[in-house]
Design a protein around this ligand. Structure first.
Ligand SMILES: C[S@@+](CC[C@H](N)C(=O)[O-])C[C@H]1O[C@@H](n2cnc3c(N)ncnc32)[C@H](O)[C@@H]1O
Length: 392
């Protein structure tokens, strides 16, 4: 057999460029730069920081990774198309031009979410309905039958965003909001959203080497998010995502990314992350949440009041998320608590850096210490401050 084929000039291998997705990570306001840093660390490109989110470009693996790893984002949308839109007819025709037969079959279910701003069309329910009609009509015309609507748990969640008469149609790759890590099965009175708790820990710059304590930890969201960061555990390791039900879902790729994440998990010495609260029932929930998050015994929870709190180390990061109070009666009661936060930090936490997350700036003044930094963060519609106190 001649070996000439070995010497023959090799045809250059044709590589199919990986499909790139135009994405948008929705983020609580105030945490956009943190989310952008997370996306950059995940290798996403074309980052543009916007109010309430970050636009970026990535391939399929990057999209799966973003959902798995983003701690501060509430969902990741993948843009399908954008068009000018001032009327129901323009909306219907614009939606129909998109390649729905590649995305949904008659046996799948769909739901449409809509947000509107400064546009000729002002009724979000109507815009969602018209979008749904255009999608199901496209499928019925192509396949003879139509997909049905399931608002609770659809196979395909479609997002319509109409701003200044420009309509963006996206697929929601996250499904349930990314806040829902899967570890919180019970709720106490005022739990902090997981994404916001992660943003707070991110803004402190804590890296897992020092102590971190939350002496008013409630259901434990701040210590749990801190421990997930310290152990390099992706916040979404236990949950399902919208993209897992897409027609083009790549199960092998996804399993590989999950295995990689499991293998990369680190350890956290007991006693580094702790939380206390005066409410035993809230602490019970904190214990169960930590256990659900796979952090049983990694976080020390104790029953006690802030007024009697003494840190167990010489330095570290102390984070408190006290109640803000809505009614006047509550506010009178809380005045003493905010004064105590100041006293405890001043008298017992020398060498530490203290952080207070509050939505009530009048109460925050009663802390009586000068904040060295202030970050604005939104807890839903409530504008909050994360105040930093360097406690020399
Ligand atoms: C806004 S909630 C904290 C919520 C918490 N970040 C979470 O995600 O569940 C405030 C917490 O402070 C606790 N608290 C109020 N006064 C306290 C005090 N004097 N000492 C200790 N905890 C207190 C309450 O029991 C409540 O759990």
């Amino acid at each position: 057999m001649s070996g000439s084929h070995i010497l023959r000039k090799q045809e250059p291998k044709k590589t199919v460029p990986e499909r790139q997705f135009d994405c948008f990570a929705a983020v609580p306001r105030g945490a956009e730069n943190l989310a952008a840093a997370e996306l950059a660390a995940l290798g996403c490109s074309g980052l543009v920081v916007l109010r309430g989110g970050v636009a970026f470009v990535t391939g399929r693996a990057g999209l799966y990774r973003a959902n798995l790893w983003l701690r501060t984002a509430s969902r990741v949308l993948v843009k399908l198309g954008e068009f000018p839109c001032q009327s129901p007819e323009e909306l219907y025709q614009g939606v129909r031009r998109l390649p729905w037969t590649e995305l949904i079959t008659p046996s799948m279910t769909l739901a449409v979410d809509c947000s509107l701003r400064d546009s000729a069309m002002t009724h979000s329910g109507f815009v969602a309905l018209k979008t749904k009609d255009a999608v199901v009509d496209s499928i019925r015309d192509a396949c003879g039958s139509r997909p049905s609507v399931d608002t609770a748990s659809p196979d395909l969640r479609i997002n319509v965003h109409l701003s200044r008469n420009i309509c963006s149609i996206s697929l929601d790759s996250s499904g349930d909001s990314l806040d829902r890590r899967g570890y919180r099965l019970e709720r106490n009175d005022a739990p902090l959203r997981e994404t916001l708790a992660a943003a707070v820990v991110g803004l402190t710059g804590w890296d897992g080497t020092q102590s971190l304590v939350d002496p008013m930890c409630g259901s434990g969201t701040i210590p749990i998010e801190a421990a997930l960061i310290a152990t390099r555990t992706p916040p979404g390791l236990q949950r399902r995502f919208g993209f897992e039900r897409w027609r083009d879902f790549d199960g092998r790729l996804w399993n590989g990314l999950q295995q990689e994440a499991h293998a990369g998990r680190g350890k956290l010495a007991a006693g580094v992350v702790t939380g206390c609260d005066r409410d035993g029932a809230a602490l019970g929930i904190a214990h169960r949440n930590a256990s659900n998050a796979g952090l049983r015994d990694r976080i020390g929870f104790c029953h006690g009041t802030l007024e009697e709190f003494k840190p167990a180390a010489d330095r570290g990061v102390l984070i408190v998320n006290p109640p803000y109070g809505k009614r006047l009666g509550d506010i009178k009661q809380l005045e003493g608590l905010y004064r105590s936060i100041g006293d405890v930090m001043k008298q017992r936490c020398k060498g530490w850096t203290g952080y207070v997350l509050t939505g009530n700036l009048e109460l925050a003044k009663l802390i009586g210490l000068k904040a060295s930094r202030r970050h604005v963060l939104f807890n839903g519609p409530i504008e909050c401050r994360l105040l930093q106190y360097d406690l020399y």
